[in-house]
Structures are given as structure tokens and as C-alpha cells.
Design a protein around this ligand. Structure first.
Ligand code: X2X
Length: 334
């Protein structure tokens, strides 16, 4: 028998044995926005978490999910989260860095060469440092980062095999100073575009290229408007599950515990989903007509090292953050 108690004002009621007694309590529905389509493992797993929450609270608490940027562009929704107009928002460090700069620390070019290295850092001191900065900014960031993945470059015009192939290329990047800086270092012409507008930007040739992990390329159907896929692995990014602080404080402690547990389980399950997808998607995207390219990654790494990129970002992030990252990445740049 589940006992659910809640902090209540005078005249309130105790919610016990799984149902309300006395004055019926209005059920509470929290809003969660995502820029990803409903078919992405992150949204699928969060929906399962929301279903479990509703069941465990007997419908007293539920989370309504708005995928595919239905509530607005990346930075607009971040503003809504900060104001409390929405209550939860899984957002990548890339976009988050416009509000909390150190959130893109894990996105430093070629910082990680394997997903196991990523989780050592993100479930270790790099994640703790970023989560602390998010907390200082007034947001609640849950412990376990969801996986977005290693980012790959796609193009509608030509295969990107070496750094000079990016020269002058109009490439979409997330609204993130670090992403813009990374592709400027390769001589490209990056354009910051909110994720919900990327397909149209590619379809109308506003940009000829974009970069995203394979699962995003697949669920966003970029294979319909992109021909070449270069496995550059130039950046890893993840999604932080975020909550508006005031909205979170209003949730009874026992329900906070259920939400925390369900989001933790969702993140770990989503990481496994992404790992499996990465194995399956090469064949699927080839079958969808994409031409895969294995670029000279060493040439990209040395081109980035020869540019001011690493020195600039070491200065921007500061010595403590940079030292924390290099404890996992090894020395970056010269
Ligand atoms: O905007 C993107 O490219 C995406 C979906 O990968 C992120 O949210 C970082």
C-alpha cells in the first residue's frame, strides 16, 4: 500500500493509500517542452517516466510533454523555463551555454574519443561543475545527463573529407557561441538556427550543411534533404533535464523523489537506446540514400589545434573548468 503525503495548508488533506480523502485535490499537470520529435529516444523515455509518475501518484501529478519545438524555439523555451511558464525542459549544453557559458564545456572540439570517456566526465567532475553552474543560475538540473551523441557533419553539396572542404560552407549550428566558433575555426560560414527550423533551412538551401548525431539526423529526416554524411565525431553533446526552481519547490517532497527517480531511470535507459541506435543507423541512413564519408579526423584535430580555438576557449571557460575537462580529455590544443 503506497502512502503519499503532501505538504498542505490548513484545511488541506492527506493523500493516503493511493487516493485522496476529504476535499478532492485538483490534479497538477506540469509542462515539459522538448525540441526533439516524439520519436527520439529522449522523448520516448521521458514519456514513459511521465506515465510512471501519473500512475505512482494516482493521477495527482502528471507531466504533459510538448515535443518538436511546439512551444517555441530553443532560446524562447529556455526563457519560458526561467519564467516558470513551462516547468521542465531537456536542453543541450550547446544552447544552454547562451545562459550559462560553462554548459558547453563538454562540447569543446574532439574532447572525447569514446562514449565511455564521456560518461566518466559527465557523471564525474565535468558534469558536477556544469550542474553546479546551472544551479547557481537558478535552474534545477537533474543528475544524469541524457545522451545526444557525437556530432557528424552532413551536406547536400559535397562530401566533407578534410578541413578545407568546410571552407566557406554555409552550415547550420545550434544557437551556441562554441559551436559557431568551432566551425569558424575550420573556415566555414556557420549560421545559428533553432533546431525546429533546421529541416526547412536545409530544404530551402538557406544552408547546405548541418551537424548532428545519427539519431537526430534520422528522427529529423535530414536524409531527405542531405546527401553526404561525414563521421567527424567533432563534438559530443548531451541534454540536461532542467526544472524551473519555483515550480520544483511547489512539488511535495515525496513526489519530487518519484520524479527524480523516474528521470534518472529515463536518462540511463535513453543512453542505452542511443548506443544501440548508433550501431543500427549507419545501415538505415545508407538505405535512405545517404553517402557515408570517413574523413581524416587527425587533419581536423590538427587544423583546430593550429587555430586560436583551444586557447580562446581555455580563456573563456577559465583555468578551473579547463583543468577539470583536461583531467578526462587529456591535453587539448598546443
Ligand atoms: O539543435 C541541435 O542540433 C540539437 C537537437 O542537437 C540540440 O539540441 C543540440
Amino acid at each position: 500500500m503506497k502512502l503519499l503525503r503532501r505538504n498542505f495548508t490548513a484545511g488541506g488533506i492527506a493523500l493516503i493509500t493511493g487516493f485522496s480523502i476529504g476535499r478532492a485535490q485538483a490534479a497538477t499537470t506540469y509542462k515539459l517542452a522538448s525540441n526533439l520529435p516524439a520519436s527520439h529516444p529522449l522523448v520516448i523515455r521521458i514519456q514513459a517516466a511521465a506515465d510512471a509518475l501519473k500512475k505512482e501518484t494516482n493521477g495527482e501529478f502528471s507531466i504533459q510533454i510538448f515535443p518538436s519545438s511546439q512551444l517555441g524555439g530553443d532560446l524562447e523555451v529556455l526563457t519560458q523555463l526561467r519564467s516558470g511558464a513551462i516547468h521542465f525542459f531537456p536542453l543541450a549544453g550547446a544552447q544552454l551555454s547562451t545562459f550559462v557559458p560553462v554548459a558547453s564545456l563538454n562540447g569543446v572540439g574532439f574532447a572525447f574519443s569514446s562514449i565511455s570517456d564521456v560518461w566518466k566526465a559527465m557523471d564525474g567532475d565535468v558534469g558536477a561543475l556544469i550542474r553546479g553552474a546551472l544551479g547557481d543560475s537558478g535552474l534545477i538540473a537533474f543528475d544524469r545527463c541524457f545522451d545526444n551523441g557525437f556530432r557528424q557533419v552532413t551536406s547536400s553539396v559535397k562530401p566533407i573529407e578534410k578541413p578545407s572542404d568546410l571552407k566557406g560552407v554555409a552550415i547550420r549550428v545550434p544557437p551556441s557561441p562554441l559551436s559557431t566558433s568551432l566551425f569558424k575555426a575550420f573556415g566555414a560560414a556557420p549560421q545559428s538556427i533553432s533546431f525546429g527550423e533546421v529541416y526547412t533551412a536545409l530544404q530551402t538551401k538557406l544552408v547546405e550543411a548541418q551537424e548532428n548525431p545519427l539519431p537526430v539526423i534520422e528522427v529529423a529526416k535530414f536524409y531527405e534533404v542531405q546527401k553526404f554524411l561525414s563521421m567527424t565525431n567533432h563534438q559530443w553533446d548531451g541534454f540536461w533535464m532542467l526544472s524551473n526552481n519555483a515550480a520544483w519547490q511547489k512539488i511535495p517532497k515525496n513526489v519530487q523523489g518519484i520524479i527524480t527517480k523516474e528521470f534518472e531511470q529515463a536518462a540511463l535507459a535513453e543512453r542505452a537506446d542511443i548506443a544501440k541506435l548508433n550501431d543500427d543507423l549507419v545501415a538505415k541512413l545508407k538505405a535512405a540514400g545517404m553517402t557515408f564519408v570517413q574523413p581524416d579526423i587527425a587533419a581536423f584535430r590538427s587544423a583546430l589545434s593550429a587555430s586560436p580555438f583551444y586557447a580562446d576557449w581555455k580563456e573563456k571557460f577559465g583555468a578551473k573548468a579547463w583543468e577539470t575537462l583536461e583531467r578526462y580529455s587529456g591535453k587539448l590544443g598546443k
